[in-house]
Ligand binder design. Structure first.
Ligand code: DO4
Ligand code: MG
Length: 275
């Protein structure tokens, strides 16, 4: 089941293609019984079209992120932070029991499908990070999965690890959508994550990975995040990137970013520069 947020409310697309509005109600995506609740809505509804304009499928959740969960991310961080001493700490966190977890965004900084993700005006090296993103209930249950873009300023991050929040958290630095795949099943290791970047209509970069490359299990990341931490509104947890464009690449205003995750959909955004 795919759950979409539209300007008039939430809509559900069932596995047999039926599409209908979910009755209005607060805190839909924090329900511990989300999957059962949505299944119970089936009945004799008629199908309607999904509006073209979709919003990020978030209510009042915080967005958190895990880092260095793929070998490719470990190597890219080590390269960009060599002068700041990054030769060892990214490698250490890749192998450590405790994962890297950081606050990524609050709802007002999150953009949805087709909206503008942003790059900072005080940064010269920026990339999108395509990430499987978990919707987690207040009780710590994984309710579903969406696509996330953890926009990142690599020069700020590489200059000093203490600058991480500035490299990661700013207006428009996080995109989520187009839908939440609500399921109680874990995603298959073969699930593909794909990134495409276009400039002036031409493809500049394309890369892919699969969940088989993710070093940590989603449940393990949730367990660490919920240690000594409560989430009354639940949260989204981005699980890290396994695709990093070559070091010579930086995003520019006007670029188009397209992230696809098998079974969830395609998240498309245009890049804008903060003034
Ligand atoms: O340690 C820096 C951030 C890493 C990250 O965002 C990722 O691996 O996806
Ligand atoms: Mg990331």
């Amino acid at each position: 089941m795919l759950l979409y947020r539209t300007s008039t409310g939430w809509m559900l697309k069932t596995t047999n293609g039926l599409c209908f509005e979910v009755p209005p109600g607060d805190r839909l995506t924090t329900r511990e019984d989300l999957s059962d609740y949505l299944k119970s809505l089936g009945g004799d509804r008629t199908s309607s079209d999904l509006p073209r304009a979709l919003l990020a499928p978030i209510e009042s959740q915080e967005v958190w992120a895990a880092g260095v969960t793929y070998y490719r991310s470990r190597s890219a961080r080590m390269a960009e932070s060599q002068e700041a001493g990054g030769g060892s700490f990214y490698d250490r966190v890749y192998h450590a029991e405790r994962p890297e977890l950081f606050m990524k965004s609050t709802p007002h900084r999150v953009v949805g499908p087709e909206a503008a993700v942003r790059i900072r005006h005080d940064s010269k090296w920026n990339v999108p990070e395509p990430e499987l993103t978990l919707l987690v209930s207040p009780g710590g249950k994984i309710l579903g999965y969406t696509i996330g873009n953890d926009m990142s300023s690599r020069d700020i991050e590489g200059e000093n690890p203490l600058y991480l929040p500035q490299a990661k958290i700013y207006d428009g630095s996080c995109a989520l959508g187009p839908a939440i795949l609500v399921t109680r099943e874990a995603l298959a290791a073969s699930t593909g994550i794909h990134l495409k970047i276009e400039r002036a209509g031409a493809e500049l970069f394309a890369g892919s990975t699969t969940l088989a490359e993710l070093k940590r299990r989603p449940e393990e990341l949730v367990k660490f995040l919920y240690r000594e931490n409560t989430f009354p509104n639940g949260c989204f947890l981005m699980t890290g990137t396994g695709i990093v464009p070559p070091d010579s690449f930086t995003l520019l205003a006007g670029d188009r970013v397209e992230i696809t995750i098998d079974g969830i959909g395609v998240l498309r955004n245009t890049v804008d520069q903060l003034k």
